[in-house]
Write a protein that binds this ligand. Structure first.
Ligand SMILES: C[S@@+](CC[C@H](N)C(=O)[O-])C[C@H]1O[C@@H](n2cnc3c(N)ncnc32)[C@H](O)[C@@H]1O
Length: 393
């Protein structure tokens, strides 16, 4: 381990180096009271740090929701959870916060093991070394942040994870840095660019296979933002998914095992019917507007508005309306997409929220150009990203 100037260029560092860095950077005497937006202790690769610092507006102030609309309360069977204190409307920003920590989801340290160690012993040795790196990061946290971190749930107390590693595995939300640098395959198999962010508040959100919120990491403000994906009634619990919503119930349950619970949400309780409906709504081919509208209705019925498929389908329906020259309905779809600010497809739809703009500028207007149904696919199906999750957000 080497100490180096925080502002020194990162290019000459080896690709597998990891940097301890505070982002946004703060003065020595900064406190959570003097800087309420907070800051994050990070362990990141040189290219991830360079990417963060290269954002022109970084660090922008946190985006604040218009009102505080949730509280932390005990649940009957899931520990603590967040509950809605007033009706929240679809697409509302519920809360935003800078993570306490941001760490790779797996250790990149190359280790040589004694030949006589078996696989389990090698795992424990590697985990032990990884815990030392994480403990170093934990020690850098401001004391109030250390207390908040230690107060979070830990479902890895008895598997050799270590205390800091266990809390990260239980509470980490997935972040890809830098985005678009690594292929999905590299992210999934070699965990390239895949990070885990632990948050004081959002990490309290419990899991559902039909979640009513989605969490999105915004690099410019360096914060996780929690959005409602449909209307949420007062008193209802806020939920996120920790697993791949496309998978059948049995696979989802096995993905959730490391979190130490068996999911009893309505989709899991009725898996003999819901698995087939879920698969149909996620994979249904869209050949015309009616198909698209049916797919949106099926996704809503299954509580899958948080899935990337929902936005992708909205975009496809918008393009189909444009193709037949129906600018009014197309602009309604564009507005719905724009409201889903967390989606990568929202910014592309911004230009087309007025029928006039569609008629004048959209290349597909009345059948111009080629509509590519696969374009713009969101592969962001899952929000929680501890070590356990096989899929990246
Ligand atoms: C990220 S934490 C969520 C907040 C946690 N309930 C707390 O008290 O801080 C994840 C842990 O919450 C619990 N949990 C989350 N979703 C659950 C669910 N649907 N059913 C049962 N337990 C759940 C499990 O213990 C899991 O390991």
């Amino acid at each position: 381990m080497k100490e180096r100037d925080a502002l020194a260029p990162t290019e000459e560092l080896p690709e597998d180096a990891q940097l301890y860095t505070t982002q946004p950077s703060i003065f020595m005497d900064t406190t959570p009271e003097s800087y309420p937006d907070g800051w994050t202790e990070c362990l990141v690769s040189p290219d991830a740090k360079a990417f963060i610092l290269s954002q022109p507006e970084f660090p922008a102030p946190l985006l604040r929701p218009s009102a505080l609309q949730y509280r932390l309360s005990p649940t009957p069977d899931k520990g603590l959870g967040l509950f809605c204190t007033a009706k929240i409307r679809a697409n509302d920003l519920i809360l935003s916060e800078r993570p306490l920590t941001l760490t790779p989801t797996s250790s990149s340290t190359r280790m040589r093991f004694l030949k006589e160690l078996d696989a389990r012993e090698q795992y424990l040795a590697a985990t032990h070394e990884w815990e030392k790196s994480l403990k170093f990061l934990f020690d850098r946290l401001y004391p109030d942040y250390q207390a908040a971190f230690m107060g979070l749930a830990n479902s890895h107390k008895h598997d050799g994870s270590g205390l800091v590693g266990g809390i990260i595995r239980t509470n980490g939300l997935g972040v890809i840095l830098p985005p678009n640098k690594y292929s999905l395959e590299e992210q999934q198999t070699r965990r390239k660019g895949v990070y885990s962010a632990v948050c004081k508040e959002i990490s309290r959100v419990n899991h559902s296979c039909s979640p009513n919120t989605t969490a999105h990491f915004d690099v410019i403000t360096f914060s996780f933002q929690l959005f409602a994906v449909r209307d949420i009634a007062q008193g209802e619990e806020l939920t996120l998914t920790y697993t791949d919503l496309k998978a059948p119930a049995e696979m989802r349950q096995s993905d959730l095992e490391p979190y130490g619970f068996h999911c009893t949400c309505s989709a899991c309780a009725t898996s003999c019917t819901s698995d087939a409906l879920r698969e149909r709504s996620m994979t249904m081919q869209i050949d015309n507007i009616d198909d698209g509208l049916l797919k949106l209705a099926l996704l809503e019925e299954q509580g899958l508005e948080s899935s990337g498929q929902y936005c992708k389908t909205l975009e496809t329906v918008m393009e189909l309306y444009i193709g037949i020259g129906d600018a009014d309905n197309a602009s309604t779809c564009a507005k719905k997409l724009v409201n889903r600010r967390w989606s990568s497809l929202a910014s592309g739809a911004k230009l087309y929220t007025s029928p006039l703009a569609i008629e004048k500028f959209h290349p597909l207007w009345k059948g111009g150009g080629n509509r590519d149904l696969e374009r713009g696919a969101d592969n962001l199906e899952c929000s929680f990203g501890g070590l356990e999750l096989g899929q990246a957000e």
